[in-house]
Ligand binder design. Structure first.
Ligand SMILES: O=C(O)CCC(=O)C(=O)O
Length: 268
C-alpha cells in the first residue's frame, strides 16, 4: 500500500524507493523472462548485437513490449500493483504508458553516463519550454527504474527536480563538468536490490554509472497522463499499427493494456 507520506516524500525528493515492488517469489520468472526478451530482441533485430562481445551493442534497447518480444511475466512486472498504486496516486486514475528503455549490460561493459536533467535533452537547457516545465511544482509523469537484478548504478540529486540550479550546479552545466568522474553536491547513489522500483522525476539532476565488474539488468518505464502523451518524444511506438493488433492487446495484462490504449488514443 502506497501511503500519503510516500507520495509527499516523492514530491519533496523527486524519487521514492518502493521496497518489494516485485514479490520475491515472482522475481525468478521475471529475471528469466527478461533474459529471454533480450535474446529474442537480438535474434529478431529489435536490438543490435555487438559482433565482438556477442551481446548487446550499447547499454539498452527500446520497446521490449513490441508484439515480437512481449512476455507476460515481464509485462506483469511493469504493472506490479505497488508501482501502479504509486503512479495512480501521482497522475490520477487515467494512466498512460509512454515508453520503455530496457537496460542490459554484461560485467565487462563500461557505462559512464553524464549528469543531466532529461528536460535538457528533451527541450534544450533554458529553452522557453524547458524553463516553464522546470517551474511546475508537481510533474505528473514519472520514470520508474525497475531493478530486475541488484542495481547500484543510479545517482540523483534529491530535491533538484522542481527548482532552478544552484550557482554551483549552473556552473558545472555551463562549463561541461558533467562527466562520469564529476560529483554533484548532495547527489545520492541508490543501491537497489532486485525487485525494488524507483519512480523518479526525470527533471531532477541524475546519471547512471556502471564500471566493469557487475552486470546490469534494469528497466526504465515512463507513465503519465494521457493528455501529455502525444507531446512526448518516446510515444512514437503507439502510432505503429502492430501495437493495435487485437490478439496482441488481448494478451496484455489488464493494467498494461489500459495504459497502452490510453496512449494510442492520445497520439492518434
Ligand atoms: O542509467 C541510469 O541509471 C540513468 C539513466 C538515465 O540517466 C536516463 O535514462 O536519463
Amino acid at each position: 500500500m502506497i501511503t500519503a507520506e510516500q507520495l509527499c516524500s516523492y514530491h519533496e525528493n523527486g524519487y521514492l524507493i518502493i521496497e518489494d515492488a516485485i514479490a520475491p517469489d515472482s522475481l525468478p520468472a521475471l529475471q528469466q523472462a527478461y533474459e529471454e526478451t533480450i535474446e529474442r530482441a537480438l535474434v529478431l533485430g529489435h536490438a543490435k548485437r555487438n559482433s565482438e562481445t556477442g551481446f548487446l551493442e550499447g547499454h539498452r534497447f527500446q520497446n521490449p513490449h513490441h508484439p515480437d518480444l512481449a512476455s507476460p511475466a515481464l509485462l506483469e512486472g511493469l504493472v506490479a500493483e505497488p508501482v501502479m498504486q504509486f503512479c495512480r496516486g501521482l497522475t490520477g486514475p487515467k494512466l498512460a504508458f509512454y515508453g520503455i528503455a530496457a537496460f542490459a549490460m554484461q560485467p565487462e561493459f563500461d557505462y559512464r553516463g553524464g549528469w543531466h536533467r532529461d528536460s535538457y535533452a528533451a527541450w534544450g537547457k533554458d529553452s522557453e519550454k524547458e524553463l516553464q516545465i522546470r517551474e511546475i511544482h508537481t510533474w505528473p509523469c514519472t520514470q520508474v527504474l525497475l531493478a530486475i537484478e541488484d542495481d547500484a548504478c543510479f545517482w540523483l540529486v534529491p530535491g533538484s527536480h522542481n527548482r532552478q540550479n544552484t550557482p554551483e550546479e549552473e556552473r558545472k552545466f555551463e562549463e561541461g563538468e558533467t562527466g562520469w568522474e564529476e560529483m554533484f553536491p548532495g547527489a545520492v547513489q541508490l543501491k537497489l536490490r532486485a525487485g525494488m522500483a524507483v519512480p523518479f522525476d526525470s527533471r531532477a539532476i541524475h546519471r547512471g554509472l556502471k564500471r566493469p565488474g557487475s552486470s546490469r539488468r534494469s528497466i526504465f518505464v515512463v507513465y503519465g497522463p494521457p493528455k501529455e502523451a502525444k507531446d512526448s518524444a518516446i510515444t512514437s511506438w503507439a502510432k505503429d499499427p502492430v501495437y493495435r493488433d487485437e490478439d496482441y492487446l488481448a494478451s496484455l495484462p489488464d493494467a498494461f493494456r489500459a495504459a497502452v490504449e490510453l496512449t494510442q488514443s492520445s497520439v492518434s
